[in-house]
Write a protein that binds this ligand. Structure first.
Ligand code: ADP
Length: 399
């Protein structure tokens, strides 16, 4: 059974074609600069070198048609014809309170995603463009939508209600939604599987640390709290996003600049590792500069380490303990020095790591010592596979 997974941004489209028998990626690719001059596609058939072509893509439909053509191409393709395709899974950033799990697409579902656009004005319209283009080009084939927010819909009110007037929640839908849910859910389940334990018996803290980062408390398999909130700037310091700041700062900046877009750019695009260090949004560059004595780079690095420690500590307190801490995404999977710093500073919680085992990148590993009170591990995330699995399940259920 072959499933196409799509992740559409406003001017980009990532895809993977997955064979579900054995869960193998047959082909993947990226289309960039859709609707902008210089658009191109980079396609990789597993086992072959990547092929890059400059092709004018005026819109997402044109890009999706091209992707489908390349997937049936005799040389670069992996399908005999499009009938071989079982279903398409779409990543949708925001499902609001409406969508608590992945669902098969119906006209009501499309309407539901449209209703949530005010909560994700940049992302949901782009995700919808991809969905509508596939519905148009492949009529009759099932489509499934998988939401970044859905995994967090199990949070109790004490975790998702802000201390704002209750009206803000009821009328304006201001609350903590949380993001990266597909990743948090995937790595939490995978961690339990690796440990040979029932996830229902585990208190897990999952640290998804990439360009965007969030940390989640997963109790008994359910998200009970998470660091990102109404939007994607809350929580720990990120590549270019501020993480937690005092709301008064936003008010002050608004008064000073009188321009919401400018203030939004400050906290989303000019802040974080980049903004504090003045060097880069990439932790590798910041670590190198800090090691060479750059003071601001050292401060940025320390803010991130401290932020991650604060969340691990507070989520352990919230859950009444923690059995497993999981690191994932770019920094979590590859940041050997970063993980060492965070964990060695948390020995008071019974976290003990083996530096040799920690000395690895991008693979599943338990790097705590056997006598550590908390199991600490790296589990590389695979959001596409998680989307493909949900797509298969929802499409089969609908048959
Ligand atoms: P995204 O959130 O865009 O999917 P990724 O999960 O790919 O991002 O994470 C990208 C980040 O991972 C980079 O910006 C970089 O800071 C970090 N990273 C990658 N490799 C390393 C490494 N070896 N050491 C520290 N950080 C790393």
């Amino acid at each position: 059974m072959k499933i196409l997974v799509l992740n559409c941004g406003s001017s980009s489209l990532k895809y993977q074609l997955i064979e579900m028998d054995g869960e193998k990626v047959l082909a993947k690719g990226l289309v960039e600069r859709i609707g902008i001059e210089g658009s191109r596609i980079k396609h990789t058939k597993t086992g072959m070198d990547a092929v890059t072509r400059e092709v004018p893509f005026p819109n997402h439909s044109a890009a999706i048609k091209y992707v489908l053509d390349i997937l049936v191409d005799p040389e670069l393709g992996v399908l005999k014809n499009l009938d071989e395709l079982y279903a398409t899974g779409h990543r949708i950033v925001h499902g609001g309170e409406k969508f608590t799990k992945s669902v098969l697409v119906t006209p009501e579902v499309v309407k539901g995603i449209e209703e949530v656009i005010p909560l994700a004005p940049l992302h949901n319209p782009a995700n919808l463009q991809g969905l509508k283009a596939v519905m148009d080009v492949l009529p009759g084939k099932p489509n499934v939508v998988v939401f970044d927010t859905a995994f967090h819909q199990t949070m109790p009110p004490k975790a998702f209600i802000y201390g704002t007037p209750y009206d803000c929640y009821e009328k304006d839908r201001v609350r903590r939604y949380g993001f990266h849910g597909t990743s948090h859910g995937y790595v939490a389940h995978r961690a339990a599987e690796i440990l040979g334990k029932d996830i229902k018996d585990l208190k897990i803290i999952t640290c998804h640390l990439g360009n965007g980062s969030s940390i989640t408390a997963v109790d008994g398999g359910k998200s009970v709290d998470t660091s990102m909130g109404y939007g994607t700037a809350e929580g720990v310091l990120m590549g270019t996003r501020s993480g937690n700041i005092d709301p008064s700062v936003m008010i002050y900046l608004m008064e000073r600049y009188g321009d919401a877009q400018k203030v939004s750019d400050i906290v989303h695009k000019q802040a974080g590792l980049l903004g504090v260090s003045g060097i880069s949004s990439d932790l590798r560059d910041v670590e190198e500069a800090a090691a060479n004595g750059n003071e601001r780079a050292k401060i940025a690095q320390d803010i991130l380490i401290t932020g991650v420690k604060k969340y691990i500590g507070s989520f352990a307190a919230e859950m009444g303990g923690v059995d497993v801490v999981v690191f994932t995404a770019g920094i979590g999977e590859n940041g050997i020095g970063f993980r060492k710093e965070v964990c060695e500073q948390m020995e008071f919680m019974g976290i003990k790591i083996d530096p040799e085992k920690n000395n690895c990148r991008g693979k599943e590993v338990i790097f705590s010592t056997p006598d550590s009170k908390v199991t600490v591990m790296v589990v590389p995330t695979d959001e596409e596979m998680a989307i493909a699995r949900d797509t298969k399940r929802c499409a089969e259920e609908a048959k």
